[in-house]
Design a protein around this ligand. Structure first.
Ligand code: GRG
Length: 296
């Protein structure tokens, strides 16, 4: 059960995404493009919006603000939208037949399964293009440059794209994979975007004193998130988690076993708490706990 504040944040983020897409895609373009707008919107719908909520809460905590103070055109809101567009883009592409070939995501049909493969590919391209637009709108050019670098590094060769290439490789050469390598792959696949979301929140708050501590926090919480994802895969059914489960043999639980994975997850969550407790934010404490206990 999510606390009320989480639902308030999530509703705000979802509303702003919808508002942004409606504004940005509002020009009438004729039938094929009007349908395409719906595909883009479908691709961002649902989900926990966890990355945006991490960014938002770090920002609010460090700048001593309340969610009610946040306006639709504040930089932090643009970032929350951009993070979720990037995340959605990675999921849409990850589900494609040439990648993971998945039919279900967030309890619904994947974009390609519902609308066709080429449209899903282009919807992903559209989502990633929109975040350039959002970032170019950040008021402070220096901050915008810093944010762009961070997010680029979560996607490119040393981020998701590099991971996908290695993922394909290790599918064939499974015996080359060890736990250290897997931790590095998980960092690229999932950790870097979560880390970037947290650092984005900190950078926009302009309270960067502890940034190195929170780089470490971001790395650890990202790895914890992915280990939990691997555990969900064996602990719950596809219907319960809302996406396909099972199948891949290289995930953390298959290399280390369920018990060791749970123990590693527990260690990471405890270390994250140690790092975040000085912030005195119950909400961040909750987010850390949620990463370890979530069921979706
Ligand atoms: C798309 C940049 C890019 C390159 C292609 C396909 C790919 C390489 C990378 C995909 C990376 C990926 C899909 C990572 C998955 C990480 C993950 C565990 C996602 C699930 O996150 P949740 O549970 O999802 O936060 P919701 O549905 O709640 O938003």
């Amino acid at each position: 059960m999510l606390p009320n504040w989480y639902t308030t944040y999530k509703d705000k983020v979802e509303l702003q995404i919808e508002k942004y897409l409606d504004t940005y895609l509002s020009i009438p373009m004729g039938r094929p493009l009007d349908e395409f707008k719906e595909i883009v919107k479908y691709s961002v719908k649902w989900g926990k919006k966890l990355r945006a909520i991490f960014a938002l809460e770090f920002y609010l905590t460090l700048s001593w603000k309340d969610i009610a103070d946040i306006k639709w055109d504040d930089d932090i809101m643009k970032l929350c939208i951009a993070i979720e567009l990037i995340h959605a883009f990675s999921l849409v592409h990850d589900d494609l037949p040439c990648m993971d070939d998945d039919d279900m995501r967030r309890g619904e049909l994947t974009t390609w399964k519902k609308y066709w493969e080429y449209k899903a590919l282009l919807a992903g391209d559209m989502l990633i293009t929109l975040w350039f637009e959002l970032l170019s709108d950040i008021k402070d050019a220096h901050i915008s440059r810093e944010l762009t670098k961070l997010i680029t590094h979560s996607i490119w060769f040393y981020g998701m794209v590099g991971w996908q290439i290695e993922d394909m490789y290790y599918e064939e050469y499974m015996s080359d994979l060890d736990v250290d390598t897997l931790c590095k792959l998980h960092y690229k696949k999932t950790g870097k975007l979560i880390e970037a979301s947290i650092l984005w929140g900190i950078i926009v708050s302009e309270e960067k004193g502890n940034i190195d501590v929170f780089k470490d926090f971001g790395r650890k919480i990202g790895l914890a998130f992915q280990i939990k994802d691997d555990l969900l895969d064996v602990e719950w059914t596809a219907q319960e988690v809302g996406k396909s489960v099972g199948g891949e043999e290289k995930w953390f639980v298959y290399l280390c076993g369920v018990e060791h994975s749970r123990q590693k997850l527990h260690e990471l969550i405890t270390e994250c708490w140690e790092m975040s407790k000085n912030l005195g934010s119950e909400k961040i404490d909750f987010l850390v706990e949620y990463v370890g206990k979530r069921r979706k």
